[in-house]
Ligand binder design. Sequence first.
Ligand code: ZN
Length: 164
Amino acid sequence: MSVIPGLEQQNQRYAAAFEEQQLPTAPQLKLTVVTCMDSRIDVFAVLGLENGQAHVIRNAGGVVTADVIRSLAISQRKLGTREIILIHHTQCGMLGITDDGFRAELQEATGQAPTFAIESFTDLDANVRQSIARVRTSPFIEHTDSIHGYVYDVDTGALRRVEE
Ligand code: ZN
């Protein structure tokens, strides 16, 4: 039983009530948010953002991978963003796996070892600091003077700043 037909119906209602926005492609707040794919984080609501104000880059864990660097490079160099917020969160699914364990699981199930790093972590604050460091030391990221890291509590909705 697929949820897709219901989603299509919901979009029809959404589009019917949609007020044409004609927003520019470049985010108005010149902000990029990097965070986890977790279903409990409504990034726009958490930060009080509106459509058109910020880029949001998401993956499992909100980890700064090569592809996140690619998106950040485009965000800054082609679409004018200057500030970066990194958000990890409590109860992250990445806290429950290990790189070696998941790699072995994939290899056993498929016969292929993944070519990508799993990037699991056990310490949220340490991983936020590592993510900041990866962005800061990337030669492709132009603006590194305003990078802020946080841990989001999925039970309270509160952000806690992680000092570098
Ligand atoms: Zn997560």
